[in-house]
Design a protein around this ligand. Structure first.
Ligand code: PEP
Ligand code: MN
Length: 354
């Protein structure tokens, strides 16, 4: 992929990953400056903080608004870091540029709206502001590409994409399903476009940030945008997924950055596919157990025994013969089904307890 640091800021040395870190939201000047000083000490070059927060429902913390821009200017003056914030309207763009914000991003709720993206693109025309385009909430690659094209058509050249996962109705480990195949396809379609990963919004919990960072690096992403807060537990938004600057430093030190040769990328893509299959397998198993618990309740209501050997034998025989057709060893499928069935019976018995 590309070298976004020199693309965005040609005077800085190229390095991978390009790092952007900072709190989900600007809350107070003290919170911003405390977080920023620690991140600067950890070597982060670009500081992020949302001052306008698009919230799913009204009533949540919707950001401190334009006064947060002055705090970001102070972060820049005191630490030397570049600054970044989210924009969703032309007036956000104008206010951010007036305040000297270095880099803007378009959030997932905005990149899905062509009217809003066009308005932002028009407001940016004639500048060479670096802009990051987060993927839309839904895994709609054309919509993501469309947003990038609107900015390009307005004459902007310093553009990168940020993968932040997708809304899903399946129960998954993640807040937003990574569906790595979508950003991988974006890279195939636009190989010159720098691609960053936002593990914080994909994971939704801080424990998932490190493995997601590593996965993104293994897949050849150019950079990372990570949420960090001086006191994550007290954060006014996205508290569960933010890291302290010290924890972030640990995550970065723990990363293995491999050469981006095509073999590595191919292997990493295959591993990502395996991970996706495992996610689906787990979600399916969870669904099966839920059905088993419902059966348990039904049997209890109707005073039926939990274990019904005839049905179990039939199930095993039928699946074992199907296994051959699906290129699997019948003995393996029997072992697997016995384990699944054992857990089902255990859950039914638990459900059976009055
Ligand atoms: C954010 O970066 O804090 C944010 C709101 O992200 P997204 O648009 O990806 O949900
Ligand atoms: Mn956030």
């Amino acid at each position: 992929m590309n070298d976004p640091e020199s693309l965005f800021f040609p005077e800085t040395a190229a390095r991978r990953p390009l790092l952007i870190a900072g709190p989900c939201s600007a809350e107070t000047e003290e919170q911003l400056l405390t977080t920023a000083r620690a991140l600067a000490a950890a070597g982060v070059g670009i500081f992020r903080a949302g001052v306008w927060k698009p919230r799913t429902k009204p009533g949540g913390f919707e950001g401190v608004g334009a006064r947060g821009l002055a705090w970001l200017a102070r972060v820049k003056a005191q630490t030397g870091m570049r600054t970044a914030t989210e924009v969703a309207t032309a007036s956000h763009v104008r206010a951010a540029l007036r305040a000297g914000i270095d880099l803007l991003w378009i959030g997932a709720r905005t990149s899905a709206n062509p009217f809003a993206v066009q308005e932002i693109a028009d407001a940016l025309a004639g500048t060479d502001t670096p802009v990051l385009v987060k993927n839309p909430l839904s895994p709609d690659l054309e919509l993501w590409i469309g947003a990038i094209e609107r900015l390009r058509n307005a004459g902007l050249r310093r553009i990168a994409a940020v993968h932040r996962g997708f809304t899903t109705c399946e129960a998954t480990l993640y807040r937003n399903a990574p569906q790595w195949s979508v950003p991988i396809e974006l890279h195939r379609r636009m190989p010159e476009l720098p691609l960053l990963c936002d593990p914080s919004h994909i994971g939704g919990q801080r424990e998932l940030v490190a493995p997601l960072c590593q996965q993104a690096m293994d897949l050849g992403f150019d950079g990372l945008m990570i949420e960090a807060h001086c006191r994550p537990a007290e954060a006014w938004s996205d508290s569960a997924q933010q890291l302290t600057p010290e924890a972030l430093d640990g995550v970065l030190r723990g990363l293995t950055i491999r050469d981006r040769n095509p073999e590595n990328e191919h292997l990493a893509q295959l591993r990502a596919e395996i991970d996706r299959a495992d996610d689906e397998l787990l979600a399916l198993l969870a669904r099966r157990m839920e059905i088993a618990r419902r059966i348990g309740r039904f049997k209890r209501l109707h005073a039926m025994p939990v274990l019904q050997p005839a049905r179990y034998d039939e199930l095993l025989a039928r699946r074992a013969s199907e296994a051959v057709r699906l290129r699997m060893d019948p003995a393996f499928i029997r072992t697997l089904l016995r384990a699944v069935h054992g857990e089902s019976v255990r859950q039914q018995l638990e459900e059976d307890r009055p």
